[in-house]
Design a protein around this ligand. Sequence first.
Ligand code: NA7
Length: 540
Amino acid sequence: MSASQEHETEMDAVVLGAGFSGMYMLYRLRELGLSTRVYEAADGVGGVWYWNRYPGARCDSESVYYNYTFSEELFKEWSWSSRYPEQPEILQYLNYVADKFELRPDIQFSTRVTSAHYDEESNRWKIQTDTGEHVTAKYFITGVGCISTANVPNIKGLDSFEGDWYHTGYWPHEKVDFTGKRVGVVGTGSSGIQSIPEIAKEAAHLTVFQRTPQYSVPARNHSYTTEFLNEVNDNYSEIRKQMQESMAGMRFNFGERSILDDTPEERRRVLQEGWDRGGWEILFAYNDLITNEEGNDLVAEFIREKIRETVDDPETAEKLTPSNYYGTKRAIVDTEYFETYNRENVSLVDVKEAPIQEITSNGIRTADEEYELDALVFATGFDGMTGSLFKIDIRGRENVSLKEKWGNGAKTKTYLGLTTAGFPNMFMLTGPESPSVLGNMPATIEQHVEWVSDCIEHLRNSNVDVIEADAKAEKEWSKHCKELADSTLYTKTDSWYTGANISGKARGFPIYVGGYGPYREICDEVASKGYEGFSLISIE
Ligand code: NA7
């Protein structure tokens, strides 16, 4: 026995990540009486809400649904200030949850799991951390998030830049003061679109480097009234049920008709009302925006008109106007994003037209000119869906790694997005091929956590030692996911959903697009049929 093995700690379960998913998983496993340890790389809870502290960071699912619903007491005792609260308030909520349920003693902070190997002989996962710890666990559960591995583009010369640079997903804890500075922001996804208006208010000059223009609709954020919050609390059970049955884990659903069924006047009225109410209203107004090219373009054109109306300078407006589908890249809601380009201290550079060639000591040089900058912000997104799983050396039976099995992301193969054949007793919360990022994350997380903990309870009550997805069930699930995705416009769009944002990453579409409510029913049916599609093995 080696020295390291001598110090192996034995747990029933190891969970990765102390965000929404890891925290609730811990809560449920403890309720079952399992010894559980959560490993978290940060020094606090919160997951993406711990790291994404950039100016203007806020959620874009409405706060009263963007929270846990499993505890009625918790749901009712927490009051959100507004429809889309800022990051500090969400982090405060998650800290409140950690305190309320006394989760911290079972979370090991500032520790990153580097590898997890399934040992066939002992039927245990052997897990190692970057602090040199060795732990074994019967159940290995990942709650690493779908968009938590930052993508800093590999641009020549970054090391030579003499100013400070930041990535929105790893923002410093102390306030970054841009007052009087010439700031460059690279990227115009959700993080860029949320931070640009805030940085513009402070900077002497802000230059936005845009590769692809994005559709965005106004958030229309507003404070919540006591009456509204009371109404939400009074309808707790009904709201939880509505969320569970809905397509995206929200209180509302897609409209019931096709956009093509409406007359042009009716359509304009619906879209204008959606625009005025803000948030996801337009995206959910009809039932076929993501599948119907002609209908999608009608909405896209409506938003394009709004951009042209809002932005004073026609040339800038044109650069900001997208030509691709609406909603097939992650849809964005904003606060005064397009208006920001009417400020005198803001300019826009189209880096598709004049690509970034290098970062110099003074700033960014494109094919056209050099832009002098004192600070640089990369709002360049994440290696989504698989990036955080691939950072860990996860190996199943016969020492096969997850990355190898999944062909570097192009060939994700899962059963229900929760498990993958050859990796026994491993569960992925909001894993590839589950609805995850196409729904309201806390809702999709609750469903996964509850399914996994019910499953583990069943295994223990039935004296089952191993659960493993059957290759056939996995093949059918992945095929089903692919067929559904291919029937939409999602797969016809370059986005972080498909992996197109990461150079060299193999393309796929690892998300179940059939909707959260229907997905929940499928998972429940699998369980009710004695975990159909899984092998359940008892070891004498
Ligand atoms: P996103 O949505 O992936 O946006 C990243 C942006 O950065 C996007 O505009 C990219 O352009 C741009 N980008 C990426 N790499 C480069 C390079 N090398 N040069 C120029 N521009 C680049 O990430 P976010 O952080 O905004 O949002 C991620 C999710 O967090 C969001 O969807 C919500 O779910 C919350 P592209 O469009 O790829 O041409």
